[in-house]
Design a binder for this molecule. Structure first.
Ligand code: HEC
Length: 258
């Protein structure tokens, strides 16, 4: 009658269960790596080492309170000069970092406390503070990820994550989960939140509160992934199929039956 029949894991050939398990192991490892990368890219931007909504707001929409120079002078570079000179630099930044005031007020401080490290001969990888051009690179307002980067990251993200969740979801269709709607929610949720996640990256530029949608979307996606992963591996290797399944030769209930 029906052309498409789905069979429970424990009735699949051993070779297929091995294939599914290996794919899940590699995807699981990939997911952990992706989480580490998210952490490395975003954590600590607000000065606190933990990953927070503020960090994501700064990553996507920039930091209205500051520039790279101010962020560094409040963190790793704070001890490089006396507090009152630091304040002179902050005042200059807050007043718009005008070039006219740079020579008289700011340059002498940088020459005395910073240029010994921040010049191309000492360290070509650091911003060069021996002239105004170099300094202006760290006094520009931090506007977060630009649209060009966002578009590039979103298309990669949309394609690759759809691909991963198609495979993981397909493997998971062989699980026996009651009620059926719960199984369907676990399969559908990652795709739904993938869209809200990517949309929120852009919306965070308009209102930074959307960073919370990014976080909630990520949490839902991770929970679905973990649930489908654990249920699949468990039912593939450690689960004794209930009698009602065995009676049907492992065939999972379809909608018009269940
Ligand atoms: C002893 C050498 C040294 C001195 C002196 C020094 N810096 Fe740095 N600075 C570094 C190093 C190394 C880094 C990169 C690692 C880090 O951020 O801690 C850095 C990073 C920075 C950054 C971040 C650059 C970026 O692209 O994110 C800024 C801004 C900065 N320094 C400003 C200053 C200012 C302003 C002074 C003077 C008050 C100063 N530094 C003095 C060594 C130095």
């Amino acid at each position: 009658m029906s052309a498409y029949r789905s069979i429970h894991f424990s009735f699949l050939p051993m070779s297929m269960r091995v294939l599914f398990t290996m794919v899940l192991i590699v995807f699981g490892t990939g997911y952990l790596m992706a989480m580490i990368q998210v952490w490395e890219n975003h954590a600590g931007k607000d000065g606190n080492p933990m990953l927070s909504a503020k960090d994501l707001m700064i990553s996507y929409s920039g930091n209205p309170e500051g520039t790279k120079l101010e962020a560094a002078l409040r963190a790793s570079m704070a001890d490089m000069l006396p507090a009152e000179k630091r304040q002179v630099i902050f005042d200059w930044l807050h007043a718009g970092a005008a070039q006219e005031e740079f020579e008289g007020k700011i340059n002498p401080i940088l020459q005395e406390h910073c240029v010994m490290c921040h010049n191309p001969d000492a360290n070509p990888h650091l911003p060069n503070f021996s002239n105004y051009d170099g300094v202006s690179k760290v006094t520009a307002k931090d506007e977060g990820m630009n649209l060009h980067t966002l578009v590039r990251v979103s298309h990669i993200h949309l394609f690759s994550i759809t691909f991963i969740f198609f495979i993981v979801g397909y493997i998971f269709t062989h699980a026996y989960v009651r009620p059926t709607w719960l199984k369907c929610v676990l399969i559908a949720a990652p795709f739904a939140v993938l869209l809200t996640d990517v949309a929120s990256w852009y919306l965070t530029k308009v209102w930074s509160g959307f960073a919370w949608i990014v976080i909630i979307s990520g949490a839902i996606m991770g929970t679905s992934f973990a649930a489908m992963w654990v249920i699949s591996v468990w039912q593939m290797w450690f689960y004794k199929a209930p009698a009602e399944l065995c009676d049907r030769g492992g065939q999972l209930p379809s909608l018009n039956q269940a």
